[in-house]
Design a protein around this ligand. Structure first.
Ligand code: GDP
Ligand code: ZN
Length: 370
């Protein structure tokens, strides 16, 4: 199927949901955006983003593309640049050369964390992810507080969390872990699996619908690579046509990449998240603590800090053994972190706005007619 020949017949047809794109995660959300863009732009999904060039997938197959100078220049910060999972608009390159990425579509979801280092900058891990498999292993790695942070990260992104408890084969009493996990994520599906034996993998696959994008996150060593190999089937998947044009050698999880699954879904591999820095844009209360917040609603003071105030329903719940004090601790700590980040971002936003106006006035001086 060719997009361009279709659009010759009826220009509006390009704005409908094209079958070749749906399998890549194309939805009405993106189709509506395309309707407002120039007709010749070809939509594509970013499979792999590197400084030099991007690998993208169009309805017609894989392509290599580079970010146009203008798009790079106009990006407010690194988080605005096209990254793995993004939908972008392509313009054909010269001859056999790479295509140009001239537009990034607004993201339906955005998985990000605070970039390593002190700057208040977000690092986008993946864009347009529908579900995130939070992988943990059923051994010493299992840690409820870390799980809470991952859930927070995922809920913030707009994606849905699925808890994947891996290495079931070496765990004699998985029920204990499932119960604990259910406490911190009552609404999230929980999958007990073993990448080694294959147990539970069919149920996990069933979580990934046609055209749905899934990302794997979790600490190093929990079995993300083993799981994604299982989900993707043969390693052939990683060595397709696009590999031939790739300058790198074998696949490693040191970079993030979007893979098309044989079963119809899409899978993003993310490297082990070393620094679990949160990123939130609004300084709002942390997500995923409905149980704590339900108690807090009954506190005598609306702005109760649950720190010894009279009539504190949260403290009472702890005394009654109905709420884990460590969970309250995590809630308070995450809240403080978010407020701190929001303050930092405020300063950053002001600086950025100043920089943007500088650029605009520079362009206006260079081109007085605009
Ligand atoms: P990653 O760092 O999260 O990508 O983890 P890997 O996939 O590299 O796995 C780390 C180690 O755990 C490897 O030695 C795997 O063989 C092992 N592993 C992965 N999944 C399982 C499993 O389900 N059961 C057991 N026993 N070992 C596993
Ligand atoms: Zn209180």
């Amino acid at each position: 199927m060719s997009i361009n020949s279709d659009s010759l017949v009826d220009p509006s047809s390009q704005h409908e949901l094209q079958p070749g794109l749906i399998g890549l995660g194309w939805t009405p959300f993106f189709a509506r955006q395309l309707a407002g863009l120039e007709d010749t732009l070809q939509p594509a999904r970013v499979l792999l983003a590197s400084a030099a060039r991007h690998h993208v997938q169009t309805a017609e197959g894989p392509r290599v593309a580079v970010v146009s100078g203008r798009l790079a220049h106009e990006a407010a910060d690194r988080a605005a640049l096209p990254t793995v999972g993004d939908w972008v608009g392509l313009r054909p390159g010269d001859g056999d050369g790479p295509a140009y990425i001239v537009h990034t579509f607004a993201r339906s979801t955005c998985l990000r964390r605070k970039a390593a280092g002190p700057a208040a900058e977000a690092q986008v891990l993946a864009a347009n992810v529908d579900k995130v498999f939070i992988v943990t292993s059923l051994n010493a790695d299992f840690n409820l507080r870390r799980l809470e942070r991952y859930i927070e990260l995922v809920l913030d992104s707009g994606a849905l969390p699925v808890l994947v408890l891996n290495k079931a084969d070496v765990c004699p009493d998985p029920e204990r872990f499932i119960e604990a996990a259910r406490e911190v994520a009552p609404a999230a599906p929980i999958a007990l699996v073993s990448a080694l034996s294959g147990a539970g993998l069919d149920a996990l696959r069933a979580q990934i619908g046609e055209g749905e994008t899934v990302a794997l996150v979790g600490s190093s060593g929990v079995g993300k690579s083993a799981l994604s190999n299982r989900l993707l089937g043969a390693d052939v998947q990683r060595e397709g046509a696009i590999r031939a044009s790739d300058e790198r050698g074998r696949h490693t999880t040191a970079h993030r990449e979007l893979f098309l699954m044989a079963g119809g879904g899409l899978l993003i591999d993310t490297p082990g998240v070393r620094e679990l820095g949160l990123w939130s844009a609004d300084g709002a209360a942390p997500a995923g603590f409905d149980d704590v917040e339900a108690r807090a609603a009954a506190c005598r003071f609306r702005d109760c800090a649950h720190d010894g105030e009279p009539g504190c329903a949260v403290r009472r719940a702890i005394e009654d053994g109905e709420l884990d004090p460590e969970r309250l601790g995590a809630y308070l700590k995450l809240g403080a972190e978010r407020r701190y980040l929001a303050r930092q971002q405020d300063v950053r936003a002001r600086l950025e706005e100043k920089k943007r106006w500088k650029q605009i006035s520079k362009r206006m001086r260079a081109n007085p007619k605009q």
